[in-house]
Ligand binder design. Sequence first.
Ligand code: ADP
Ligand code: MG
Length: 588
Amino acid sequence: MIEKTKARIRVLDPHIANKIAAGEVIERPASVVKELVENALDAGAEHIEVFVEEGGSRLLRVVDDGIGMNADDLQLAFVPHATSKLADVEDLECIASLGFRGEALASIGSVAHARIVSRLRGEETGHALENHGGDVRGPHRAGAAPGTEVTVRNLFFNTPARRKFLRTPRTEFGHIEDAIARFALCFPEVGFRLLHDGREILHAPHGQSRTERLQAVLGKELGHSLLPVGANSPGGTLEGYLAPPSISRAHARDLHFFVNGRHIRDKILHRVVRQAYRDCLHHGRYPVVFLFFEIDPAQIDVNVHPTKSEIRWRDSSFLHRVVGPELTRTLRAADLAVGGEPGDHNERVREAVSDYFASSPGPSSQAVWPVQSWPAPAAGRPQVTAGDRIAEAAPGGTTPFSVFQVHDSYLVCEVEDGIAIVDQHALHERVQYDRILSKLTEGGVETQRLLVPEEVELTGTERGLIEEHTDLLKRCGLEWSPFGNSTVVLETMPAVIPRSHGGDLLRDLLELAAVRGEEADARTLFHRVADTMACKAAVRFGDRLSREEAAALLQESGALDRAFVCPHGRPTVLRLPFAQLEKHFGRR
Ligand code: ADP
Ligand code: MG
């Protein structure tokens, strides 16, 4: 038996208590930067400069031109739970500042060599104060510009365990850079400069608009493609920017939520955003979004996490009832075809398609899709081109709209303002996806009975799964019966899928059912099933389309809301407007 002597309970020495608190607040150099920049912003700074050496473990300095502190303020700056931002307990109910815990400077001072030099706005001189791992000296007079400069050297010099956990300077600096970029996005009017080992890494000038700032920080390509979204309710407003589905990530780190100037993680918002993108992103892909909320501080609780990176919503109905639907609407309305102006292109193509159908007997009749002259087929391609086949039936150029297939892969269409080129697989996949999804939700897809049932070999696990998911499979158009130990025969298939794909489809669906897990609801599963089936049901590159097929495809897609992105987020249509053609050919 191990002898254990009972230690007496005692109140911790403040030095130790601060170090423990620092463990929660200060995890790495980027945490110091975050706290110092928050203080600068709370002080009303217009310019904030951040100097970093060796990833921040050697030196971090944040210089601001905010309100500053006088000697009396400085006296308290390193004292734990000393803050100018909360006066009484009611204030905790509606926090409008970024800081409020009065913990950051005390924590930083206890694990580094920190020095604050500050001059209160309107005063003649400044003061300085040092804190070496809890040993405070000052304040004493010191020359200073108005504002505050905080320098932190040798972070974690007295907590070797922490220091060991630091990664390479490059990685630590990367965290700092991300933190500054987030502040810069959130406060476009404030100027930010970030330097690493003397090199300027980021410079976002003072007084920018949000869009200027997005472009300055994110780069032109992402910055330019973001779709603005807004929402309003008595309790709050949203100003948001959504990347189109053609830009996506394999991780969720680019879902950025800012609430009252605070970058937060939030499960509810995460879900609302994923939901809005669900129809246009492949599963396993995450969107890129920047949502800036201004919420009545009384409506949220920011005091739920030591680093203030989470909040609690007193009422999240604004998110579900207003924000979610607004995101969905924005994604739908956006013109996601390459080269279009937001909003108008979908409209115009759809109009062109419906005009055409209004003035013609419909796609199943003979006289459709006239084609003007078309160049000879490329060498090595089949004898009869799509152009020939379509031209056969041309009634003489009276219809306002024409289409032909090239290289058995693309449909080239005449649209009101120029030319549209359609990726036939991607567009058909989109059409099939919507159709299959609605059938699945309504009860089940249409089936074809197989005259010669198809035998499918399964693994032991798959054999187990198929028993378990008979109902689901039936809904998806697959009916089966046992045939020996590891083999089943498929008796029906979904009508839209070529029968050679039966075994594949069965295995894919079993895989989906297996990884579904408890948390995924039937709707989520149906989206995945529709995705899997649509890919198999869609015409491929190299499939020859008849005139009627091409017409039907364009007609059906024209009627759809989101025909211009495939379910995986790739565009399906490239538009070349006359303006662009004329520019290219030097006509204007
Ligand atoms: P908190 O921000 O939670 O109040 P801190 O420990 O970060 O706690 O800061 C303590 C106090 O020091 C602040 O409340 C503020 O009054 C003052 N202070 C800190 N940094 C600055 C700054 N850059 N400019 C002016 N005052 C500051
Ligand atoms: Mg603070």
